[in-house]
Design a protein around this ligand. Sequence first.
Ligand code: ZN
Length: 262
Amino acid sequence: MSLETLNGIMIFILGLIFGSFYNVVGYRLPNNMSIVFPQSHCPNCNHKLKFYELIPVLSYIFLLGRCKVCKKRISFSYPFFEIVTGVLFLISYVQFGLSLKFFISITFISILIIISISDIRYYIIPDEVLIIGSILLIIEFITNSYINNLGFINGVLIKILNGLGSFAILYLFKVFGDTVFQKESLGGGDIKLLFIIGLVLGFDMSIVAIFIASFIALPLSIISLIKNDNNILPFGPYLSIAATIILLCNLNLDMILQFFIK
Ligand SMILES: [Zn+2]
């Protein structure tokens, strides 16, 4: 087996384990619950999970998707987000190798996964994740500009300004939307998330991310309108999907313009 394959397998498994942790963070943080205590348990019967019930994906398969004690169904979202994290970590490795860009990529993806889990379940994008995530990313950009001699302005400051610009644009969208629809059109969390997306992808691609996210969300909001179920659609997961596609496919504005001009 080549070293690359071995690295790939290890990174995939690491992604599964991180994904399992992100499930915990995404479910507990918005509830103001501690991430460490209490120990993971069945929400139905409080059965404390043994170590062999906590193995990412495998436990779910062996338990046939049910709690060992009360047989209540375990949400499929647990193994789903574990696999998603594993796969996206692996793709980051294939795209960027073991470079600093890889670490920036998995940091960014981790933030997007945690906020998606939380936004789908509670319609909340936790500030803690955005703040800690931004700090980690800025540290990585500082390291990157130091290693590659980019200088502080090009390597860090411009990126932060990009993030602030993206934040400002979506904020204006919100003010406009709120006036037109006479109700809250966008959550504050979505707007703050745009800071991180602009920081990593740049201002221009963060705008593209908003368009791709709206495009994916549109059919679902129409269905929701027809069914009149009054559900708010969490926008965070769509922004996350769009940002992940742009990051991992290395999309840039030239490619997109060429696609439309052709
Ligand atoms: Zn149970």
